[in-house]
Design a protein around this ligand. Structure first.
Ligand code: FRU
Length: 495
């Protein structure tokens, strides 16, 4: 083991002891210590789910990336393992960036990641040269391949930038060899996704451009993932530099799903539909895996580059993952719901049927910060649809976050302005819930200590946000401008 990895492992063991369990999310993976961003190497190996992540153990801010490592049997109860990769080679000395994992024919766990080395460009600016490398291991310790990097600028099609070539997503093709989809920046300054092939995971060659963004949806596309689901090809990317489009896409770093047809033989993707993956504030760089029982499960970084300042830099951990979500394609759209394993954590049901709400109301037993809430709303009088429904949560005298639904323009808003944030960043986001003008809406709201995730109309849309409100703010209250009937089921989530 190199000194870099040894030091990181020793440091994280000591520093993590200073973080009490109840200062972390209860069932969302957070960084062992220091900083976390993208999920990496999300895979199933030797009976357990492995989740790696972009990791700076030494401080709660982004810096020279390592790979953190955690394992779980149910995707909810996570145990930390020692850091898997440290930036300890000449080709990755400035960072081990995002990548994926797979199991080789000989049963080894292989990680493919982007190695970063800073180099001065012709103007004397420091730029990141990005190449791809692999490391093999037993689920605990990983050995970087002696002939790394396995893909470099030499393998790029003409005009592609050697400073933006990252985030390999690898899978075994129907032919039996390996394919990797890697993000790159072509000469137009936008994004493209490149396909590479390998017989064994070690020797790679460039195959073709799968898709060019052509400056249509943001610029560089980061962290691609591609799979078949319900008879469709599904491509996930996280674009940088987005321009807004109605309430579908917001400015800055976003998430995007293209649904269409993927022909693996030809290496072609025919797009039929595009949509945001998550319409909230904090969600980026998702990655998926196929569970043993064939469910396509996605997990994302529940934070966003444009809103990182929400987290106080003095905190000992920064960054958490979203809930693992089961994906489906229905009527050409991506649907997502919390993995069904979450149901097994439900305790102490409180239930209300068709309660009339006019003005402000609290309901006995409806409160808490680690809960699962199913809520159904409809207008008390279909000829006079209520104007606005608000649910405040994580609420006390000083704090609240809110979910606000306005049937007249069919918008659902999540607002964390009063959650305790002291930063001038995005605190609010809205999405358009089609077909809700009559005031009917179904919501599932999963709260963990430092987050809220909303699943709208059986998973048709999702909205996620992190919030760092003091944990004694447990209140939930409802407010209706007009008259609405509310049914709900609330469960505590107990691990
Ligand atoms: C996305 C990303 C990736 C990169 C990593 C660096 O959030 O920018 O493209 O590999 O983060 O930490």
């Amino acid at each position: 083991m190199t000194k870099f990895l040894y030091d990181a492992r020793r440091y994280e063991l000591q520093a993590s002891a200073l973080i009490a369990d109840d200062e972390r999310p209860a069932f969302h993976l957070s960084s062992y210590t220091g900083w976390m961003n993208d999920p990496n190497g999300f895979s199933f190996y030797r009976g357990r789910y492995h989740l790696f992540y972009q990791y700076n153990p030494y401080a709660s801010r982004w810096d020279t990336m390592h790979w953190g490592h955690a394992v779980s049997e149910d995707l909810l109860r996570w145990s930390f393992l020692p850091a898997a990769l440290a930036p300890d080679q000449h080709y990755d000395q400035d960072g081990c960036f995002s990548g994926s994992a797979f199991v080789t024919s000989s049963g080894e766990h292989m990680l493919m990641y982007t190695g970063v080395r800073l180099e001065k460009d012709e103007l004397g600016r420091m730029r990141e040269v990005q190449t791809q490398s692999v490391a093999c291991g037993d689920g605990l310790d990983y050995q970087k391949y002696a002939h790394n990097p396995v893909l470099t600028e030499e393998d790029l099609p003409e005009g592609s930038s050697r400073f933006d070539f990252r985030d390999p997503k690898i899978w075994r093709s129907a032919r039996g060899d390996f394919l990797a989809l890697i993000a790159s920046r072509p000469a137009d300054g936008s994004g493209q996704l490149l396909l590479f092939r390998s017989p064994d995971g070690f020797t790679w060659r460039y195959w073709k451009v799968l898709l060019s963004n052509g400056n249509r949806l943001g610029k560089m596309w980061e962290c691609p993932d591609l799979f078949e689901l319900d008879g469709k090809g599904v491509l996930l990317v996280s674009p940088q530099d987005m321009l807004p489009r109605g309430l579908e896409y917001h400015n800055g770093n976003g998430t995007l799903c293209l649904i269409g047809h993927f022909d693996e033989e030809k290496g072609e993707f025919i797009e039929e539909h595009d949509q945001a993956i998550d319409y909230g504030i904090d969600f980026y760089a998702p990655q998926t895996l196929l569970t043993e029982d064939n469910r396509r499960v996605m997990i994302g970084w529940m934070q966003n580059w444009d809103a990182c300042a929400i987290r106080e830099s003095a905190s000992l951990w920064a960054g958490q993952m979203s809930l693992p979500r089961e994906l489906r394609v229905r009527d050409g759209r991506l649907y997502q719901l919390p993995i069904r394993e979450l149901d097994s954590l439900r305790r102490n049901e409180r239930r209300y049927d068709e309660v009339l709400i006019q003005g402000r109301k609290t309901l006995a037993g409806i409160e808490g910060r680690v809960i699962d809430l199913e809520l159904e709303l409809r207008s008390a009088d279909p000829s006079r649809v209520y104007r606005k429904f608000t649910m405040d949560f994580a609420q006390n005298k000083e704090h609240r976050s809110s979910i606000i639904f306005r049937p007249y323009n069919q918008t659902l808003t999540i607002d964390r302005q009063f959650s305790g944030s002291r930063r001038a960043i995005v605190h609010q986001r809205s999405c358009l819930v089609k077909g809700s003008a009559d005031g009917s809406l179904k919501l599932r709201i999963v709260l963990d200590r430092f987050s809220a995730e909303l699943f709208i109309n059986e998973g048709e849309m999702a909205m996620s946000t992190s919030l760092y409100t003091p944990l004694d703010a447990v209140g939930i209250r409802f407010d209706v401008d007009g008259e609405a009937l509310l049914s709900l089921k609330k469960y505590e989530l107990v691990l």
